[in-house]
Design a protein around this ligand. Sequence first.
Ligand code: MG
Length: 386
Amino acid sequence: MRIVAIHEATVPLSVAARSANISFDAMTSSAVALVTDVVREGRPLVGYGFDTIGRYGHGGLLRERFIPRLLSADPELYWDGAQIDPDAVWRILMANEKFGGHGERSGAVGVIDAAVWDLAAKIAGVPLWRYLADLDGQADAPGRVPVYASGGHYAAENDREVLRADLQKGIDAGHTRMKIKIGAAPLADDMARIEAALAVVGDGALALDANGIFDLDTARAYLAALAGYPIAWLEEPGTALDYALNAEIAAEAALPLAVVENLFSFDDARNLLRYGGLRADRDLLQFDISASYGIVEYRRILDLFAGAGWQRSAFAPHAGHLLAMHTAAGLGLGLAEVAISTASLFGQITAQLPIADGIATLPSEPGVGFEQLPVFEQLFGKVLAH
Ligand code: MG
């Protein structure tokens, strides 16, 4: 088997929403198709990768560096005669890349890695969650994963009504845990927002996401105001790379914290473990799989934290749509994230998944299951037009 072509395209994910940190008006993502010379049912076997949301597409890096590097590699390096080796592909992609300074390359490598895992699961003839579970020795993995619904972005008009409607939509879709944005309004306004949300969502089932906007004083003010409120977790109060700030907040927060959707490597994860002051008994880790060099690197991060006494249940990958859900189900992680809004293309990727009582059931088709989605053409049409 050899990889005969790799196509990429930038796909618009624009949506009229904002967090405390950014607007999503001009958001994009990368789609990748990895075409092989393996023929199944009369067609070449293709691995598909679709990026996360929030970090834009990686077209330049893919075209100039990572795609040519993989295409020029000897197939014997990544093919053992029966299966593709994602770790070997990862080593090929990272050849001649200096240590440290991860920048945007972690996302470019991550989206190719995603396509490689889709391909590996298809070659094995099983859904990706099953493939990962077998690799991980989790024979009894059920193909289901606890999920939470992410939404509650600030609306330009009628914010409170839009918020309530958004959350009700999540409940109607089978969710029991919800997350809303905070930090872009004054504290008093945000508290009114939180109370409106709590009136819809049950106690202990509402999480708050500040998108890294708080300094220590602001975080303290929010923590004081939230004392006594039944909040599931406070997400990303401070910026991810300020380990000392995270440690100071963790030292004072009674609430669980959920952090680091914006750390993208094993090296950064190790610094977080050493200096971030997080608590294995309550905090959640939200490394974004596809933004962080993909599943190969993610498994290294899992091992790193396991060595420090962290349970898999503390892992709740950021966004990442079907890829993160398969990974969470296959590797026995705590939670996966689902966008409430199906107005955006990103939200539509998981819109068809059966969800009941806060548990999602993963697809049973081989691979990730992109081909079965109603939005397959919107995700990969530009890629396949090459
Ligand atoms: Mg977040």
